[in-house]
Design a protein around this ligand. Structure first.
Ligand SMILES: C[S@@+](CC[C@H](N)C(=O)[O-])C[C@H]1O[C@@H](n2cnc3c(N)ncnc32)[C@H](O)[C@@H]1O
Length: 277
């Protein structure tokens, strides 16, 4: 047996153990990227092999949390992919304006940049007091960071550019206060956001959403897990609701594809049909 094959077995055993002990299910994550991140984590640990680290991982929650941080990729940015946010403004908002109240689920929201972007966009489009955003992630530590809404000041230049390219209607600097090397987002942006831990691989759906954003999350999942998660979204969305994926993700060839129409080619926004076809 080669060393590589042995590592694959160790990872499988470890992921089974993690699932049994902590309930986090990484068994259906795409192998290559999971292995890459786990190997990176192992290099930074004091253990030579996954087998040697396993005992501590399964017995010590704090040590497991370091592994969890290593497994989940939490990078995000405000108004990430400006053409996407522009399309939301131009093509989705007119539909949402016809509802008295709008419910949005951001699944896999990481440190919250995307969530605050949507809150800003909705405020600018006149939804004040007429929306609620449920922002969830598997990683409780990033949820805590998302709740704080504090980002490195050096990021603001890039975020401002994204905001402008996405059709922002005001001045981005109105949405934060600079303090030392941090930017603190205006606290009222949080008024309509509920942050919570939620595991797409294990937990149930949320009902009656008008829009679901799950961007750059499913790229890490195997096909079966993608279908599970898309099933959750399909159950959660009202007819006529919008499902938004990342630029490298698509509904094509997925089980629920026939329930949706693509809003605009290459911008992964899909609208659920009123009747199942
Ligand atoms: C690359 S970030 C995407 C952040 C944001 N959606 C964006 O596009 O900028 C991926 C996020 O998915 C989360 N994630 C991974 N597996 C998950 C799961 N099973 N359930 C919920 N969130 C998960 C990770 O913790 C991470 O914060």
């Amino acid at each position: 047996m080669t060393n590589d094959e042995l590592i694959d077995i160790e990872i499988k055993l470890l992921m089974e153990g993690v699932y049994q002990v902590y309930g986090y299910d990484f068994r259906d994550y795409a192998e290559a990227s999971l292995r890459r991140r786990l190997t990176q984590w192992l290099t930074g640990s004091r253990f030579q092999t996954f087998s040697l680290a396993q005992s501590l991982i399964l017995r010590d929650r704090a040590f497991f949390d370091t592994l969890l941080r290593g497994i989940t990729v939490n990078v995000s940015e405000m108004f990430r992919d400006p053409p996407f946010f522009k399309a939301i403004r131009e093509q989705v908002i007119p539909y949402l304006k016809t509802y008295p109240f709008v419910k949005i689920w951001h699944a896999g929201c990481a440190t919250g940049e995307e969530v605050y972007s949507m809150a800003i966009l909705l405020m600018e489009e006149g939804f004040k007091g007429r929306f609620r955003i449920y922002a969830t992630d598997i990683n409780e530590e990033v949820i805590r960071k998302a709740q704080e809404g504090i980002y490195p000041l050096q990021e603001m230049q890039r975020f401002t550019r994204n905001y402008q390219f996405s059709g922002g209607k005001g001045s981005f600097s109105d949405y934060y206060t600079a303090k030392y090397d941090h930017a603190i987002l205006t606290p009222s942006l949080r008024d309509n956001i509920v942050f919570a831990a939620h595991n797409l691989a294990a937990d149930a759906d949320f009902g009656e959403m008008n829009m679901i954003l799950c961007r750059n999350v499913m790229i890490y999942f195997k096909q079966a897990l993608k279908d599970r998660v898309l099933g959750l979204f399909d159950n959660s969305l009202v007819p006529g609701g919008f499902l938004c994926l990342g630029t490298k993700e698509t509904l094509e060839r997925r089980q629920i594809f026939s329930h949706y129409e693509e809003l605009k080619p290459r911008i992964q926004i899909y609208r659920k049909h009123y009747e199942k076809k």
